[in-house]
Design a protein around this ligand. Structure first.
Ligand code: FEO
Ligand code: CA
Ligand code: CA
Ligand code: CA
Length: 634
C-alpha cells in the first residue's frame, strides 16, 4: 500500500506538512490580471496572448530559419525518443550501468543492491557537463533522486523491505563522474577509467565560506562545523570559469524526519527557520533516518543546515574533496550560471525552485585570472536577491546584516530565504534553470509554473501578487523571463527585463493562457525547466511538465526539448522524450558534433519500458544526439 505522500511532488508535500494560510482575495487577483492586460504588451517580447497576435515578421522568421539547423518536429506520446529528420539519438549510459568492471550489470529482477549501486551510474540524471582534461573527456552528471516505486518495484508493495533497500536508494543519489570516448561503435563509457567516481550522500565534503564553523552547522559528528558528508538531490548544475563543476542541492529537505514520536527522543519543534525550508517530522518516503542518524532531526537538528548549498567538484582529481559553497546561499538551488564580468569578477545567477521563492545573484569580491588561485572567489562576495518592478526595470538588493536585520553574514548564508523576505524580494513562479547568453549581456530564467500565484503566500508569508514577471494567477504553463544588466555590467544594481515567452495552449485558450505570440499549436509546451545556450547563441529549453495530453495540456504530448532564437523569438521543437519522463540536462562534445541530453524518470507512473523496451525496468539515461551527416549539433 502506498502512503498518501508517494504521489505528491516535493512542493505539494511541503504544503501538506506546512500548510500556508489561504489568502485568496478574488477581487485583487482579477483587478491585477486586468491591469496586467494593459501593461503586458510592453513587457512581453514577442506579442501577448492571442488577442495581440504575433510580432514575428516575415524577415525575422527567415533569419530564424537560417539559424535553426533542423525542421521542427511534432509532439509525440510514444515511448521513444523523437528527433528531427537527419538526426539520430542513441543511449550512452543508464541508471545502474556499472562504472567499474568489478561491479555487476544492472539486474532487472532485483534492481541491484547498495553495493552494486555505489559502483554504478546513479538514478535520475539531471544537470551535466562534459569536461576535456588531458586528452580525456569526463562526463559529470547529477543524479537528482530515485524513483522509489521503480527502485523497490521488485518488492510486493514497492517499498523498501530491508536496510539495504534504503541504502540502495541512498547510493543512487549524488553525482557520477564517468569518462566517455567515441570509438568505432559510437560513444561509450570508459569502464575502469581512473577518473570514474561516484559522489554520494556519504562522500566527505568541506564547508566553505561565511557560514563555515558557525554554531548552526555544528553537529556531534562535526563539532567544527567545517566538514560535511555527502550531497543529494542535485538538480541543475554549473561550470566555473576555472573548469570545476557545480552541483546544486535542491529538495534536500525531503530526506529528513524526526523519531521523537516513536523513540522518545528529545522533542524537536519545527522552528520557523526549518519550516521555511520544508523540514518536517516526516520524510518523503526514502527512510534514510532509519539507517543514518544524520537524517533524524530529533538526533541531529543542525544537519539540515548543512544541506541546500552549491557544491564545487573537481572532476579531474578523483581524490579531491568537494566543497559546499555557503557564500552562494542556502535554498533549493536549481542551477548556478557563472559568468565572468567585464571587470573579472565572477557572477553566479541562481534560482530557488519553490512556489513564491526568489532569484539570487552572487558577485565575487576577487577577480578571476586564468591560472591564478581561485579558491577564494566563491567564498567571499556579495549575495543579492532580485526585485522586479512593474515597469520593466528591476534591482538587485544586497543581503547584508544591515539590510536584513540578521546577525551576521553567516546567518544570511544559512537562512537565505529569510534574508530575501526581509528585504522584500519578488516572489517568483518557481525559478528553475538560468542561462546567460554567451553573445550578449542578457540572462534568461525559466519560471516553470506556480499554482499558488495570486492564491497563497509563500512559506514565509510573503504575498504572491499577480504581476511583473509572474503575470498569471494559478500559473499552469510557466514562462521565461530575461533581463539585461545595466550598462552590460553583471555586477550593476539595476537591470531591465521582459518575458521571452509565456508558455500556453492556444488551441484551448484565447486569454493569457494561450501564451505569447511566439507560442503556436506547432511548438507549444508547458513548464519550461532546463535551459542552456549553445555556442551558436540558440537557447535550448527543456520541459518538466504535465504529459497528460488532455484538457489544458491537450496537444502537448510528452516532455520535450525546444530551441529558441533569442533575437526573433522563434521557438522550434527539437526532441520529444519517452512517456512520463522529464527532459533535463544538456551539454555537448567539445567539437559540438554530439549533443548529450538527459532523460529523467521515464515511466514514473508506470507507463514506460524505455530504453530497453519489452517488459524491462524503465531507466533514466543520457542519450547522444548526432547528425547523420556528422554536422554540428548546436
Ligand atoms: Fe530539480 Fe527544480 O528541478
Ligand atoms: Ca529542474
Ligand atoms: Ca521542474
Ligand atoms: Ca525532475
Amino acid at each position: 500500500m502506498r502512503t498518501e505522500n508517494e504521489d505528491l511532488s516535493f512542493d505539494d508535500f511541503d504544503e501538506r506538512i506546512n500548510p500556508r494560510p489561504e489568502d485568496c482575495d478574488f477581487d485583487r487577483i482579477v483587478e491585477a490580471a486586468i491591469t496586467r492586460r494593459g501593461l503586458l504588451g510592453g513587457m512581453l517580447a514577442y506579442g501577448s496572448f492571442a488577442a495581440l497576435g504575433t510580432t514575428l515578421t516575415a524577415s525575422s522568421a527567415k533569419a530564424a530559419a537560417d539559424r535553426f539547423a533542423f525542421d521542427a518536429i511534432a509532439v509525440s506520446t510514444k515511448d521513444a525518443i523523437t528527433v528531427p529528420a537527419g538526426y539520430k539519438a542513441e543511449v550512452l549510459v543508464r541508471w545502474g550501468d556499472p562504472l567499474w568492471s568489478d561491479a555487476p550489470e544492472f539486474d532487472h529482477a532485483t534492481r541491484g543492491t547498495a553495493a552494486s549501486q555505489e559502483r554504478a551510474f546513479g538514478d535520475n540524471t539531471d544537470g551535466m557537463d562534459v569536461i576535456a582534461h588531458d586528452g580525456h573527456l569526463l562526463l559529470v552528471v547529477n543524479n537528482e533522486y530515485t524513483n522509489r516505486k521503480i527502485l523497490w518495484g521488485n518488492n510486493p508493495d514497492a517499498k523498501a523491505a530491508s536496510d539495504d533497500d534504503i541504502a540502495k536508494g541512498m547510493m543512487a543519489h549524488g553525482v557520477s563522474v564517468v569518462e566517455i570516448a567515441r570509438g568505432e561503435g559510437g560513444w561509450q563509457i570508459v569502464t575502469d577509467s581512473p577518473y570514474n567516481r561516484r559522489i554520494t550522500p556519504q562522500t566527505d565534503m568541506a564547508l566553505t565560506g561565511p557560514a563555515a564553523g558557525h554554531d548552526l552547522l555544528k553537529t556531534d559528528a562535526d563539532p567544527s562545523g567545517t566538514t560535511s558528508k555527502g550531497t543529494w538531490n542535485n538538480c541543475g548544475n554549473g561550470m566555473t570559469p576555472w573548469g570545476t563543476y557545480l552541483a546544486c542541492e535542491e529538495n534536500f529537505n525531503g530526506y529528513f524526519s524526526s523519531s521523537e514520536q516513536i523513540q522518545d527522543q528529545k522533542p524537536v519543534t519545527i522552528s520557523p527557520e526549518m519550516a521555511r525550508y520544508g523540514i518536517s517530522p516526516e520524510d518523503w518516503g526514502y527512510g534514510w533516518a532509519k539507517i543514518d542518524d544524520r537524517f533524524d532531526v530529533a538526533k541531529t537538528p543542525n544537519e539540515p543546515n548543512r544541506a541546500g548549498y552549491v557544491v564545487e567538484i573537481d572532476p579531474t582529481d578523483p581524490a579531491s574533496t568537494p566543497r559546499k559553497l555557503t557564500a552562494l546561499g542556502r535554498f533549493k538551488h536549481e542551477n548556478a550560471e557563472a559568468v565572468v564580468n567585464n571587470d573579472g569578477r565572477v557572477v553566479v545567477y541562481m534560482g530557488d525552485d519553490e512556489r513564491g521563492e526568489f532569484l539570487y545573484r552572487f558577485v565575487s569580491n576577487g577577480v578571476f585570472a586564468p591560472g591564478a588561485d581561485t579558491d577564494d572567489l566563491l567564498e567571499n562576495g556579495t549575495l543579492s536577491v532580485a526585485k522586479f518592478g512593474e515597469d520593466g526595470t528591476g534591482q538587485w538588493l544586497d543581503l547584508t546584516p544591515e539590510s536584513t536585520g540578521m546577525a551576521s553574514a553567516a546567518e544570511i548564508c544559512i537562512h537565505t530565504r529569510l534574508a530575501g523576505s526581509a528585504v522584500g524580494a519578488t516572489t517568483m513562479d518557481r525559478p528553475e534553470w538560468i542561462a546567460a547568453n554567451p553573445n550578449a549581456a542578457e540572462v534568461y530564467c525559466c519560471l516553470t509554473n506556480n499554482k499558488n500565484r495570486g492564491v497563497k503566500p509563500n512559506a514565509g508569508g510573503d504575498e504572491t501578487p499577480v504581476g511583473g514577471p509572474n503575470p498569471r494567477e494559478a500559473n499552469k504553463y510557466g514562462q521565461i523571463v530575461r533581463w539585461w544588466p545595466a550598462d552590460g555590467d553583471h555586477t550593476a544594481a539595476g537591470f531591465t527585463w521582459d518575458l521571452y515567452v509565456l508558455a500556453g495552449n492556444p488551441t484551448v485558450h484565447s486569454d493569457m493562457r494561450a501564451g505569447s505570440g511566439n507560442v503556436t499549436a506547432d511548438n507549444m509546451f508547458n513548464s519550461p525547466d532546463g535551459l542552456k545556450f549553445d555556442d551558436n547563441g540558440l537557447l535550448w529549453i527543456q520541459t518538466d511538465g504535465k504529459y497528460s495530453n488532455t484538457d489544458d495540456f491537450a496537444g502537448q504530448g510528452n516532455n520535450q526539448m525546444l530551441a529558441g532564437d533569442p533575437v526573433t523569438g522563434e521557438i522550434r521543437r527539437f526532441l520529444v522524450g519517452p512517456r512520463e519522463c522529464e527532459v533535463t540536462g544538456l551539454t555537448w562534445s567539445p567539437d559540438r558534433r554530439s549533443m548529450f541530453v538527459g532523460i529523467q524518470h521515464p515511466g514514473e507512473r508506470g507507463d514506460s519500458h524505455w530504453p530497453e523496451g519489452g517488459d524491462a525496468v524503465p531507466r533514466s539515461a543520457i542519450i547522444v544526439v548526432t547528425r547523420e551527416d556528422g554536422g554540428l549539433v548546436g
